[in-house]
Write a protein that binds this ligand. Structure first.
Ligand code: NAD
Length: 357
């Protein structure tokens, strides 16, 4: 197969982890007889420096004309004091919106050899395998009005939590589709005891469930879900929830595996190409030093192969290579324990390339 990939390295370690991941994609292409054509474009702080805009139109156009988008990370202290609409993060929110990416998928998989680095007990996190699906384009982060106003003579602020039924339906359906090919359990997280938007969410989930009789649907209040994720994460298969609950729960879940440097993500929509990126940021504290852990970006590329290109064996070969590298005790600084040998980004990449079959 021939696939066009837009590469958005972004800022800080973004460029380093993306470069490492392209080497892995190239090896997959040669092993499986595919051709990946890369087009680079600017986003975030780098784009502000070059174009005075965190998301130039040219970047959006390049992304739209490709089959998948691989992103590093955006942001850094250099751009921290710019006004809101000029900040690197606007580039990220902007590209998600421009591509209408409504579902953010974050798998959390505990590698047995790594669970020592979690703050939770080993028996709680060993073999955790769950997927959080967060709605990305609605809810409190986008609802209008979102403003400061005067109430009873003093300053006040308002945000609006709105969901249309169609927005709920498409994300919940995504949850069922994924649960169908996993362990067939979907947990829909809401706050239906308090919020009207959550009551519509729950009603809609129950309606959509009729199309998926093979999947067990459970409802969980968000406060309970936050507790259960830490108490017994193995009870979860696929979790689907609205934007802000998902933002918080997915960061909480990410700590089950111990390191930000290990977590991939995918943002997908119905027509445009998906966007694949590590969960971590641009790590300005280690940028340019060759210390970044590239595994989360490599695992994000594996998600691109699976969800955007339908290349399931190829994706599995990357995941297996990452697992075997970890099982063999290879570690970058962020996941090494005291006394363990620390590999550079390039050395870790070479280990993955060696393990890739
Ligand atoms: P961060 O994820 O960049 O870093 C947090 C800590 O984890 C740092 O100590 C860093 O060195 C370490 N770390 C992160 N990824 C690593 C990796 N792959 N290998 C080794 N160590 C790694 O979060 P932060 O420090 O809060 O934010 C830094 C910048 O990144 C900010 O400008 C922030 O806005 C931005 N950010 C961007 C994204 C994104 O692009 N999706 C996400 C989060 C933060």
């Amino acid at each position: 197969m021939n696939k066009k990939i837009t590469v958005l390295p972004g800022d800080g370690i973004g460029a380093e982890v993306v470069e490492a991941t392209i080497k892995v994609l190239d090896k997959v292409a040669s092993l499986y007889d595919h051709q990946f054509e890369y087009k680079f474009a600017d986003i975030g702080g780098t784009a502000i420096d070059k174009h005075d805009n965190p998301l130039p139109q040219e970047t959006v156009d390049t992304c739209r004309s490709s089959d998948g988008v691989l992103l590093g990370a955006v942001g850094g202290p250099k751009w921290d004091n710019l006004p809101g609409n000029k900040r690197p993060e606007k580039g990220l929110l902007g590209i998600r919106k421009a591509l209408n990416l409504f579902a953010n998928l974050r798998p959390v998989t505990g590698h047995e050899s790594m669970t020592d680095s979690s703050t939770l007990r080993k028996e709680v996190v060993d073999n955790v395998d769950l997927m959080i699906i967060r709605e990305l384009t609605g809810g409190l982060y986008f609802g209008e009005p979102q403003e400061r106003r005067e109430v009873d003579g003093e300053e006040a602020a308002v945000d609006t939590l709105q969901y249309k039924k169609s927005e709920i339906e498409r994300i919940v359906r995504q949850g069922f589709e994924l649960a169908k090919v996993r362990r067939k359990k979907l947990t829909s997280v809401d706050k239906a005891n308090v919020l009207e938007s959550s009551r519509l969410w729950r009603e809609t989930a129950i309606e959509v469930a009729k199309d998926y009789p093979e999947v067990e649907l459970e409802h969980m209040l968000v406060d309970n879900a936050a507790m259960q994720l830490i108490r017994d994460p193995k009870q979860f298969d696929v979790v689907v929830t609205e934007n802000m609950f998902g933002d918080i729960l997915s960061d909480e879940a990410s700590m089950l595996t111990g390191s930000l440097g290990m977590l991939p993500s995918a943002s997908i929509g119905s027509e445009a190409p998906g966007l694949y990126e590590p969960v971590h940021g641009s790590a300005p504290d280690i940028a340019g030093e060759g210390k970044a852990n590239p595994l989360a970006t490599m695992a994000s590329a594996a998600m691109m192969l699976k969800y955007s290109f339908g290349m399931h064996n190829e994706a599995a070969s990357i995941d297996t290579a990452i697992s075997s590298v970890l099982t063999n005790g290879h570690r970058t600084g962020d996941i090494a324990k005291d006394g363990e040998k620390i590999l550079s980004t390039n050395e870790m990449t070479d280990k993955v390339l060696e393990a890739l079959k």
